[in-house]
Design a binder for this molecule. Structure first.
Ligand SMILES: Cc1ncc(C[n+]2csc(CCOP(=O)(O)OP(=O)(O)O)c2C)c(N)n1
Length: 569
């Protein structure tokens, strides 16, 4: 039998180098970061990343608007403590995501937005969807860059994540041209940073002398108060904060994401007496929240009090209001160090009168509001709606507020029962975060119940992604406080220009959001009588579906914050 050439003459085998594409390198770096899901809306520029995600076991959750993808990445970071990731196409995909990135920037939420771009060999030639994305993103991110070579794709993804944690956390942006994702390079030429090996793990307490100085101030103080801000939750310092207020016996107020650090009813939890507390305290400790509009830029703090500020960001400490002591570092680590430095040196009984004074203020404010909270009025008073939602929440309910006046009302009444169970846009005040935050929260924590209150205006901005919740089988209890208008703005217009000229650009149709929910495959009910709110919420919970309870609320009831226009002061 004739022998073939290969059998008779062994030839040298030239082994082709193993190669990997840019899209697959990106996915490997995402995996190393612990990303298990990307939020996205598809486009031809980014398909190679999807293919990489398939190999790495990263879920691809597709939404109906890129703003939703970016807000979901922000929300995912808030809920998990790990950065979120959104992937969008070039041009309009990236511009659509700008608001989500901007919101994460002001809220100090770590996330990576990856945007597509035209191929490098068509650079500035007018390719489809070409825009100067990096220039656009630079002012609203901690880091924005283009990936210039396929071999750098993974390394630069890891770099972008590292940059998210420089000081106070925030978003990064990477633009990756189409050919960079499509091309392949030899595996050995491309660095893929190893999980857990490309950034520091330090949680800094800053200067130990400042920790001692703060401990001394707190031991000596007779009427101290502490305001726990969002960074307490972002840096996962809740346990340290709880230990701090209990060991040092300090009344605590909470704002933003730190709401729920202590549960309502806890002896150290105060809520309605903040103004009184600040006005009468001898020591005010501000932790992880800036002196921005929510704090009246610090101007409302009395000159007589000693003011101490702790923040992750050096630039925030002492900004807008002079302070007596400033500490830069990780809020949880600093609070733990201060607790240790001060413990055993306190005379708790000395503060009994101060606690009693604050509690009396708190109770008086609550009693004053209670009749409206329990109002049987028809149309429904927004405070009654907030009251019913508060009664409905359990320790496992993550509460999301997305709206104007209706959410301002609820902020005073709705109390999350556990740390990290409160989500609002943060200081950018972005309407439309609600549905994306529901998506992120329920996807990340299927064991939790998610409850969201929307203004009808706010819901309309991103409401189509209710369909995404149906598609991914993510049940939640949604409530639309429907006043057929953008009331928070309407109030200011009517107050300034009168009833006739004040209804410009702020009225909405009488939309039945319950029907909208049913049309998309969810659960929906309409409520006009206050006594029906509670049972409707229970039925929504039991439906096991994404739901919207459309509650018609009184369009002529306004929150005090709206009437005083405090957000502009
Ligand atoms: C994206 C965005 N657009 C506009 C605004 C300005 N704004 C603040 S409150 C508000 C009205 C919101 O109306 P709705 O959600 O129905 O709540 P309501 O005030 O009626 O209770 C508007 C338009 C904003 N904060 N965010």
């Amino acid at each position: 039998m004739a022998q073939t050439v290969s059998e008779t003459q062994p030839t040298a085998v030239v082994k082709e180098p193993e190669t990997i594409s840019g899209g697959h390198l990106v996915a490997k770096a995402l995996k190393a970061e612990g990303i298990d899901v990307i939020f996205t809306l598809c486009g031809g520029h980014i398909i190679d990343i999807y293919d990489g995600c398939v190999d790495e076991g990263i879920a691809v959750v597709d939404v109906r608007h890129e703003q939703v993808a970016a807000h979901a990445a922000d929300g995912y970071a808030r809920v998990t403590g790990r950065p979120g990731c959104a992937v969008v196409t070039a041009g309009p995909g990236t511009t659509d995501a700008v608001t989500g990135v901007a919101n994460a920037f002001r809220a100090e939420s770590p996330m990576l937005l990856i945007g597509g771009q035209g191929a490098l060999n068509q650079h500035k030639m007018g390719s489809l969807q070409d825009l100067p994305h990096v220039d656009m993103m630079t002012p609203i991110t901690k880091f924005a860059a283009t990936v210039p070579h396929t071999a750098r794709a993974a390394d630069m993804v890891s770099m972008a994540f590292r940059e998210c944690y420089n000081g106070a956390p925030g978003p990064s942006f990477l633009e990756i041209p189409r050919d960079i994702l499509d091309n392949s390079v030899p595996v050995e030429s491309a660095t893929v940073p190893e999980a857990g090996h490309y950034r520091a793990s330090t949680k800094s307490i800053g200067d130990p002398a400042s920790v001692e100085a703060l401990a001394d101030l707190l031991v000596r103080a007779e009427k101290p108060v502490v305001l726990l801000g969002s960074q307490v939750w972002t840096s996962r310092g809740s346990d340290a904060a709880i230990d701090f207020v209990r060991t040092l016996d300090i009344p605590a107020f909470m704002n933003g994401s730190a709401r729920g650090t202590l549960p309502p009813g806890d002896p150290h939890h105060f809520h309605l007496s903040r103004r009184y507390g600040f006005n009468n305290a001898d020591l005010i400790l501000i932790v992880g929240t800036p002196f921005d509009f929510r704090m009246g830029y610090g101007r409302r703090l009395p000159k007589s009090a000693t003011v101490v500020q702790i923040d992750l960001d050096y630039r925030t400490v002492g900004k807008n209001r002079d302070i007596d002591l400033g500490l830069v570092g990780d809020p949880g680590a600093i609070l733990a160090a201060v607790t240790q430095a001060a413990s055993g040196r306190l005379h708790k009984t000395d503060r009994k009168a101060w606690f009693a004074e604050l509690r009396a203020e708190e109770d008086a404010a609550y009693q004053k509001r209670l009749p409206r909270q329990l109002s049987d009025a028809n149309p429904i008073h927004p405070l009654r709606l907030a009251h019913e939602i508060n009664e409905f929440l359990t320790e496992d309910s993550i509460y999301i507020g997305d709206g104007g006046d209706i959410v301002t009302f609820s902020g005073g009444v709705v109390q999350p029962k556990s740390p990290g169970h409160w989500m609002d846009p943060g200081p950018l005040g972005t309407l439309g975060v609600g549905i994306p935050f529901v998506l992120a929260a329920k996807y990340a924590r299927p064991d939790k119940e998610v409850v969201a209150l929307f203004g009808d205006g706010a819901f309309s901005l991103t409401g189509w992604d209710f369909e995404t919740l149906v598609r991914y089988k993510l049940p939640f209890v949604g409530v639309v406080g429907n006043n057929s208008s953008m009331n928070q703005i309407r109030y200011g217009q009517e107050a300034k220009y009168g009833k006739d000229r004040g209804r410009i650009g702020n009225t909405l149709g009488d939309v039945k959001y319950d029907e909208f929910a049913r049309m998309l495959g969810g659960y929906g009910e309409e409520v006009r009588d206050p006594k029906d709110i509670g049972p409707a919420l229970l039925r929504a919970r039991e439906s096991g579906l994404p739901s919207l309870i459309n509650v018609w609320v009184d369009p002529d009831a306004y929150a005090p914050g709206t009437m005083n226009q405090t957000m502009y002061k």
